[in-house]
Design a protein around this ligand. Structure first.
Ligand code: SF4
Ligand code: SF4
Length: 95
C-alpha cells in the first residue's frame, strides 16, 4: 500500500468516503480563487483524470492547514490535497 507522509491510500479513501460535502473546508481556503464542486474535488482526488480547475486548485494549495479546523467531521482536507498534488505530479500534466 503506498504511503504519503502520514496518510496511506486507505486513510485518504476513508476520509473521502466520510466527507459530507458541507464545503466548509473550501470556504476558508485562501488559495481557492474560483469555486469548485466538492463532489468533483473528492472524486478527482483519488481516481481518474484530473480536470483543469481541480489541477489549478491542487497547484495553488500551499498546505497551510486552514481547511482542517472547520470540518465538522474531523477530516483532513490538507492531506487529501497533498494526495491530489502527488497524483497530479505523477500524471505529468503541465497545465
Ligand atoms: S491546506 Fe490547501 S486546501 Fe487547505 S486551506 Fe490551505 S491552501 Fe486551502
Ligand atoms: S469540511 Fe469536511 S465534511 Fe465538509 S466538505 Fe470539507 S472535508 Fe468534507
Amino acid at each position: 500500500m503506498p504511503v504519503l507522509l502520514h496518510r496511506t491510500s486507505q486513510d485518504v479513501m476513508e476520509e473521502l468516503r466520510a466527507c459530507i460535502g458541507c464545503n466548509e473546508c473550501l470556504l476558508v481556503c485562501p488559495a481557492l480563487v474560483k469555486p469548485i464542486k466538492i463532489e468533483v474535488l473528492n472524486v478527482e482526488t483519488f481516481s481518474g483524470p484530473i480536470s483543469a480547475p481541480i489541477a489549478r486548485f491542487a497547484r495553488a494549495c500551499y498546505q497551510c492547514g486552514a481547511c482542517v479546523a472547520p470540518c465538522p467531521v474531523g477530516l483532513h482536507r490538507d492531506a487529501m490535497m497533498m494526495w491530489l498534488k502527488v497524483r497530479l505530479l505523477r500524471s505529468g500534466r503541465k497545465e
